[in-house]
Design a protein around this ligand. Structure first.
Ligand code: UD1
Length: 415
């Protein structure tokens, strides 16, 4: 298995290109299930999770045309099942449930089960489909859903679930009548999906707010669309500039998606300059700040671990509170091995800054925890060897090349 070896202590400098967003590309690729004909999407990132969803869609009969824009053709569907083998490697596989059911009247999707960052149930997806008239049974670890035609309904989400909102929004496009999603997720990735669905002829309003209205249509047609920039990747590079005392400009980004992060990084002593489609982030003397994760537009849970790495070398005390996922502190033990002083109290981590971290062999447990350990390694004295790099490859495109181009002493060792 590959490892990433980092020799810390170099301030990162230069420009880095922001890739397309994994979390937007995943639902947008599955939305192709709603149409007959070939869709074309630009800026699909080259990531393990994207290969996984292509494998899953391929198993359902979807064909791909590789090119600058990825062609996705779901004209002839041959299957209705997302197997355990694929779903357990990527929970977002659940995103096929809504569109598959709406298009074919049937879907069989493995229940994802637990994962490294908590139980992460899919009860809200299931309940919403039931409210739209689907018959849903849980059998042999699978969700088996049937509905000749879904019916529009008013759905209240107990929590603003991102993939839940996306799944039901897709299903509602082909439903009979109007669906209202209340307490819907407001993430930019939801709006990116809504924009693509509108391109397919769907009638959707309110995306980006917590009430989304979908007026169902009998059918949709193929479209062309573009994936938005990955705000988590961009944020990771901005925090990398802060933790190394460097100066990094993320180009091809969308500064409008970063309000909570930018405010927090400025409070933490960084200089952030917003340009048209670029963000310049320059480190200064780090100031310890408190962070609380929240659904968008709050501080993203997917940047919590990276921010903790920076606070680990702050001058004082920082309380980092995770409100979106239970158990999302798997990186803490590894940071402690690098010399950090962190105590977990319930859903908060109390971080007492230390003057410097020390390189160590560390192990990734999930995608964002891996990014945190990369940042810690960049700031640490000496050598850090990160194993289980496959977590990182799920969500960061060409990560070691991008960091190396900014001056990081980082390389991948094939194993
Ligand atoms: C998505 C993102 C993930 C991000 C997360 C929160 C994708 C592919 N993944 O994950 O990177 O960390 O949003 O921003 O877009 N919940 C339930 N029941 C449900 C669904 C969710 O209780 O049926 C809970 C979850 O356990 C969690 C909260 O709702 O506590 C939010 O989770 P959710 O927004 O659904 O996360 P994902 O969509 O899986």
């Amino acid at each position: 298995m590959d490892k990433i070896v980092i020799e810390g202590g170099t301030p990162l400098r230069g420009e880095v290109h922001n890739s397309g967003a994994k979390n937007a590309a995943l639902p947008i690729l599955t939305a192709s299930l709603l149409t007959s004909g070939c869709n074309f999407f630009r800026r699909v990132p080259d990531l393990v999770d994207i290969r996984t969803i292509k494998k899953l869609l391929g198993g359902l009969g979807v064909r791909f045309v590789e090119g600058e824009a990825l062609g996705v053709d779901a004209t002839d569907l041959t299957g209705i099942e997302a197997s355990y083998d694929l779903v357990r490697t990527m929970r977002a596989s659940i995103l096929v449930l809504g569109p598959l059911l709406a298009r074919t009247g049937e879907a069989r999707v493995s229940l994802p089960g637990g994962c490294a960052i908590g139980a992460r149930p899919v009860n809200l997806h299931i309940r919403a489909l039931q409210e739209m008239g689907a018959e849903v049974n849980l059998k042999d670890g699978y969700i088996e859903a049937k509905a000749a035609r879904l019916k529009g309904a008013t759905i209240y989400f107990d929590l603003p679930t991102v993939t839940g909102t996306e799944n039901i929004m897709m299903a509602a496009c082909l439903a009979d009548g109007t669906t209202l999603l209340k307490n819907a997720a407001r993430e930019p990735e939801v709006s990116n999906l809504a924009e693509v669905l509108r391109g397919m002829g769907a009638r959707i309003t309110g995306d980006g707010t917590d009430v989304i209205r979908i007026d169902g249509c009998p059918s949709l047609h193929p479209t062309e669309g573009e994936i938005i920039p990955d705000r988590i990747e961009a944020g990771t590079f901005m925090i990398a500039a802060g933790i190394t005392g460097g100066d990094v400009t993320v180009v091809d980004a969308d500064p409008g998606h970063h309000d909570a992060l930018i405010a927090k990084l400025r409070d933490a002593g960084m200089t952030i300059e917003i340009r048209d489609k670029a963000i310049r982030a320059a480190g200064g003397r780090i100031v310890s700040v408190d962070v609380k994760t929240l659904p968008y537009p709050g501080f993203p849970t997917d940047l919590q671990a990276q921010m903790m790495a920076m606070m680990a070398v702050g001058p004082g005390l920082s309380v980092i509170t995770e409100t979106v996922f239970e158990n999302r502190f798997m990186h803490v033990g590894e940071l402690i091995r690098m010399g950090a002083d962190i105590v977990i109290q319930g859903n908060s981590a109390v971080v007492r800054g230390v003057p410097r971290l020390r390189g160590a062999p560390v192990m990734a447990t999930d995608l964002r925890a891996s990014a945190c350990l990369i940042l810690a390694g960049l700031a640490a004295e000496g050598k850090t060897v990160l194993s289980r790099v496959y977590h990182l490859d799920r969500g960061y495109e060409k990560i070691e090349k991008k960091f190396a181009a900014l001056g990081a002493r980082m390389e991948r060792v094939k194993g």
